[in-house]
Design a protein around this ligand. Structure first.
Ligand code: NAD
Ligand code: ZN
Length: 341
């Protein structure tokens, strides 16, 4: 079968042939229809330090997908051939304390599809049946293909009560922009989003942010004064992984503010801990999606009118994958879909 794989320990990704996966007793095989390119795939593509230390070569990449079930292991229940599914790319151990308590997103032994095991940029993907997630007919293939990053946005945004709250999102990448839409949908008051990229800030505006701030030109403090926000933000969603953005979030929070951190900060990030202590801030780290409450909420919010469709800005046939990676790398895109049909 055709795959997009990391074949060499250097920048790039290559189309190649790989054997058809085998279906274990607890697995399903999914014929991939569409995939989306994630920031993680870009790290692997660019072969940065993280990728060099994490990704064995060769490796079939990719974990954002929608497809249909074509084979079902004998122990799997709840699915039938032809079911349209996306799936959770974190494969958890099932044995640790958290897994056994139903807190699978906190598993100590998580394996990543397309990171630690063969991924979704392939004609066929094998995952445990318990990781597949059925998609209702009302949800398009395009949206189903981005449930993984949409789930990051939902998990982060719904970590704290947002109703009537003033929310600061740092980083208007695809996940930050989707978080802006979610925050508005669930009833936040001001949803202010920062970035240094105007294309992405415009996209976040389309997604429902009430105010965008290009921090390379504008001061967040001025914007807060403009909005009459004299006390600070109630909730912060850190979605840039940028040290400066995180530090400015800390200084912009109200006392008792709550921060959910999805962005992965640099290893030696320094912050002013006085901001955390004397403001009594609550900071929660976010990894992946809750299994499967986040998935349930994603479907429910789309069905209750949440519109995240503007975040998909580009479509390519998988044979034109290079264009897809180039546009992702340019910063002038939201989500990029590759069509496998
Ligand atoms: P992305 O890289 O596309 O977006 C990050 C955005 O932050 C970019 O638009 C960038 O221009 C912006 N930025 C850079 N400097 C900034 C600054 N000083 N102030 C404000 N914004 C700034 O990433 P994404 O795919 O949207 O993901 C968001 C973050 O979440 C990334 O850091 C990613 O690595 C991380 N992530 C974490 C998890 C997890 O499970 N914890 C999962 C997925 C992604
Ligand atoms: Zn576990």
């Amino acid at each position: 079968m055709k795959t997009l794989s990391k074949l060499h320990a250097k920048p790039g990704i290559w189309m190649t042939d790989a054997p058809h996966p085998e279906c274990g007793h607890n697995d399903v095989i999914i014929k991939i229809r569409k995939t989306a390119i994630c920031g993680t795939d870009m790290h692997i593509y660019q072969w940065d330090d993280w990728a060099q230390n994490t990704i064995p070569v060769p490796m079939t990449v990719g974990h954002e997908f929608v497809g249909e079930i074509v084979e079902i292991g004998p122990e799997v229940t709840g699915f039938k051939i032809g079911d349209r599914v996306s799936g959770e790319g974190h494969i958890t151990c099932g044995h640790c304390r958290n897994c056994r308590a139903g807190r699978r997103h906190l598993c100590r032994s998580t394996q990543g599809v397309g990171v630690n095991r063969s991924g979704a940029f392939a004609e066929y993907l094998v995952i445990p049946g318990s990781n597949a997630f059925k998609i209702p007919d009302t949800i398009s293939d395009d949206l189903a293909a981005i449930f993984d990053p949409f789930g990051n946005a939902v998990h982060t945004a719904l970590s704290f009560d947002l109703i009537g709250e003033d929310v600061l999102i740092t980083g208007a990448g695809p996940i930050g922009a989707m978080a802006a839409a979610i925050a508005k949908h669930v009833g936040a008051r001001n949803v202010v989003i920062t970035d240094v990229n105007d294309f992405r800030l415009d996209l976040a505006k389309k997604m429902g942010a009430t105010r965008t701030v290009n921090v390379s030109r504008e001061s967040l403090t001025d914007v807060m004064a403009d909005l009459g926000m004299h006390e600070g933000f109630d909730v912060g969603l850190e979605m840039s992984g940028n040290d400066m953005a995180f530090r400015s979030m800390l200084t912009s929070m109200n006392h008792g503010g709550k921060i959910a951190m999805l962005g992965i900060p640099g290893k030696d990030t320094l912050i002013d801990w006085n901001q955390v202590i004397f403001k009594g801030l609550v900071i929660k780290g976010i990894y992946g999606r809750e299994m499967y409450e986040t998935w349930y909420k994603m479907v429910a919010m789309l069905q209750s009118g949440l519109d995240i469709s503007p975040i998909i800005t580009h479509h390519f046939s998988v044979t034109d994958f290079q264009q897809g990676f180039d546009i992702m790398g340019s910063g002038k895109s939201g989500k990029v879909i590759l069509d496998w049909n």
